[in-house]
Write a protein that binds this ligand. Structure first.
Ligand code: ADP
Ligand code: MG
Length: 682
């Protein structure tokens, strides 16, 4: 028997070149291979008589070759092989393009199992490029449920199938991590069965069961890991804060805090009092005033003699935070600092010295703040703005700095409660479900292409009034196939043919980090009228002067994502607008997009998104702070996710201290998962 950790090169037919191709799919060991799950299945179990074949519906049939295959050379690079086959119910003409294999293999008078779809009309059906195998040999690609694997250049499905089959034959799949009691309760297949069934299911139902187990398992491991993290942090001891009177802070604010802000601050102060490190997530829609909640926490830390590090996802955001905190804190005698890549080495050294000496109480920067050689004299609180850059790995890594600071994570992505439990199982959650008074909601319209002239006129009008406008496109480069508006070409078109007199700039995710920041900063300074961008602006800077958000091909985006994009405008005093453009007239799409026009409540929109699109989106690229989940497609599987979360709670209670083989295997898996998460960060 081989071991899971053995390299795939021990398999027959996998040499150096093949191994490289597999490595492109992150498959190096037998375990990687066995955990490379099919993305779909083709049910090829049914064998139909030829007369029952239906146009465009692929199926298997058994037929005899009725003549010698004839190959004709049509032109350079195009050979056609034609052959006629028949069973007792009918005949069928087959055509193969450039297939010396078919020309050679198909023997006059022999029987084969074919798999393909007929095309044609009443004059006669025919079939192009069917798959075939001799009828007297066991089926590899016919007469079975065929797994369809994610592939890479040079590696075809058959090669992956062969490799996986070999691996499963010589090696046990990953060990069971679920106690039988939990498996039974939640209707989950045993590991051994599931790992085989996911690659070689006998029925589609079995494939579905296996897939369910993998999703369950993955979230169970993740969830149990977060719970263990939470439990271990709760055992740590820190000095409770005693100076918790914020009257002076409140008096310094130019406005009254909202009820939601006060509640969140109350939660935080209660955590500070406790004597174990805080782990709290403040979730609040764009504009709900999270910064002030963070400021209150930093104020309390300072009054108790502790320093605060506030991390922003980008340098520009760090600068904005630093500026507003300095204005607030300087009169209160609390000193602030900004540590970014823009400082000269000398400035950096000076700031670091002052931090180490405890002369700076609140320092703002990017996540590099906590890496590098920054030393604090007494770090008490770490605040991370926009959680997606501050993933589980960083959360778990904080304790290892030698101190156990309180941790406050702020997120502008409203996550439905059920999912929040799962994704932030290691955190307590406070929700800001109230906007400061007097906000005018962003007016949102859904329009089709016929409105183009009016949209252009509206952009021009906003620009004439001195305001700025975002135009968001779904892709970077033109995608002919899907006909999507691409940022790059669209920016050129707008500049050249529509608005030659306006200043158009461009921002997309394939630009370098510094370029992106420069483009964004320049727009924030008002140096462009229109910023054409991809979704990278989702988490961007505050540009209060921007009053119009135009979203091209809006149906391509998730509701929550559209809501985030819309949040980029309406941040100043002027009335703001969001225009969703879509050619897609399907009723579901219209329903989805209209939901966005009707409400500006991020939580309602997130719930709607969850209902309509399933939980997959919430675990997508935007939440890259989470470990990468293997089971990419989570659509419609909310119940399995909830079950896994519930099961992990039960596991901690009943098996948390267990030394059974399953429990040991689970702990190893948790360790590996969070390590992998760490590897994918930065
Ligand atoms: P976000 O939650 O998106 O981070 P911010 O903290 O940036 O929101 O706040 C958005 C704007 O609202 C800021 O200009 C801030 O000064 C202002 N603000 C925050 N809280 C209040 C409040 N209670 N009343 C009025 N304005 C507020
Ligand atoms: Mg903010």
């Amino acid at each position: 028997m081989a071991r899971l950790s053995d390299p795939i090169t021990i398999l027959k037919g996998i040499g150096e070149a093949r191994a490289k191709q597999f490595a492109n799919l992150n498959i190096v060991t037998l375990e990687d291979l066995i955990c490379h799950f099919p993305r779909a299945y083709e049910d090829r179990t049914q064998i139909l008589p030829i007369e029952k074949l239906q146009a465009d519906v692929p199926a298997c049939f058994r037929a005899m070759v009725m003549n010698n295959p004839r190959t004709s050379h049509i032109r350079k690079g195009l050979d056609l092989t034609k052959v006629t086959v028949a069973d007792t119910t009918g005949r069928l003409n087959l055509t193969f393009f450039n297939s010396p294999y078919a020309a050679q293999q198909l023997q006059y008078g022999a029987e084969y199992i074919f798999y393909g779809a007929v095309t044609g009309d009443f004059i006669g059906y025919q079939m192009t490029n069917p798959v075939f195998e001799p009828a007297d040999r066991p089926g590899l690609t016919t007469r079975r449920i065929l797994p369809v694997y994610p592939l890479t250049a040079g590696l075809n499905n058959r090669a992956v199938m062969r490799a996986v089959e070999q691996a499963l034959a010589i090696c046990d799949p990953p060990a069971e991590i679920l106690p039988p009691e939990l498996r039974e309760k939640y209707g989950i297949l045993p590991a051994e069965t599931a790992y085989r069934a996911i690659h070689q299911p006998e029925t589609m139902e079995e494939a579905a069961q296996a897939k369910k187990r993998m999703i369950f398992e993955e979230f169970f491991v993740f969830s149990a890991g977060l719970s263990l993290m939470r439990a271990s942090r709760a055992e740590k001891q820190v000095i409770p804060y005693t100076q918790l009177d914020l009257t002076e802070f409140y008096q310094a604010l130019p406005f009254e805090l909202t009820g939601a802000q006060k509640r969140a601050i109350g939660d935080i102060l209660a955590d500070f009092r406790k004597g174990s490190p805080m782990n709290r997530l403040v979730q609040g829609d764009v504009g709900s005033g999270k910064t002030m909640v963070a400021a209150a926490a930093a104020y309390a830390a300072a009054r108790n003699g502790f320093q605060t590090a506030l991390m922003a996802p980008t340098e520009i955001l760090a600068e904005q935070h630093a500026a507003s905190l300095e204005k607030l804190f300087t009169p209160l005698g609390i000193s602030t600092g900004l540590l970014t890549g823009g400082l000269t080495p000398k400035q950096k050294r000076e700031l670091r010295e002052r931090l180490a000496a405890g002369e700076v109480q609140v320092v703002v920067g990017t996540h590099a703040l906590l890496t590098g050689d920054t030393q604090f004299s007494r770090l008490g609180l770490v605040i991370a703005d926009e959680q997606h850059r501050f993933g589980v790995a960083q959360r778990s890594g904080l304790g290892s700095k030698g101190q156990d600071p309180h941790v406050l994570v702020m997120s502008a992505t409203p996550i439905p409660r059920t999912l929040a439990l799962l994704m932030y199982g290691d955190l307590e959650v406070s929700i800001l479900d109230e906007l400061p008074p007097g906000r005018e909601p962003v007016e949102t319209f859904l329009v089709g292409e016929s409105y183009r002239p009016r949209i252009n006129a509206f952009i021009r009008k906003q620009a004439a009034e001195g305001h700025q406008c975002f135009v968001v496109c779904p892709a970077v480069e033109e995608n002919q196939e899907l006909g999507l508006k691409a940022a790059e070409t669209w920016a050129q078109t707008l500049q050249k043919t529509v608005f030659p007199d306006l200043r158009i700039s461009l921002l997309h995710g394939q630009m370098k980090g510094a370029e992106k920041e420069a483009a964004m900063a320049s727009f924030a300074r008002g140096e462009a009228d229109v910023l054409v961008a991809t979704t990278v602006i989702e988490v961007g800077v505050d540009v209060p002067n921007a009053t119009l958000m135009v979203i091209e091909d809006a149906d391509r985006f998730g509701l929550s994502q559209l809501h985030q994009l819309r949040g980029r405008v309406g941040r100043g005093s002027a009335k703001s607008y969001c225009i969703l453009i879509s050619h897609n007239r399907s009723p579901e799409t219209l329903q989805r997009l209209k939901a966005l026009c009707k409400t500006t409540d991020g939580f309602k929109i997130a719930e709607e998104d969850l209902k309509l699109r399933g939980p997959g989106d919430f675990f997508g690229a935007r939440q890259s702070g989470l470990p990468a989940f293997r089971m990419g497609d989570l659509s419609g599987d909310l119940q399995t996710l909830k079950d896994a979360q519930q099961a992990s709670v039960e596991w901690i209670e009943s098996w948390g201290q267990s030394a059974s083989p399953e429990a040991m295997a689970l702990r190893r898996r948790i360790g590996a998962l969070f390590l992998r998460a760490e590897g994918t960060m930065n």
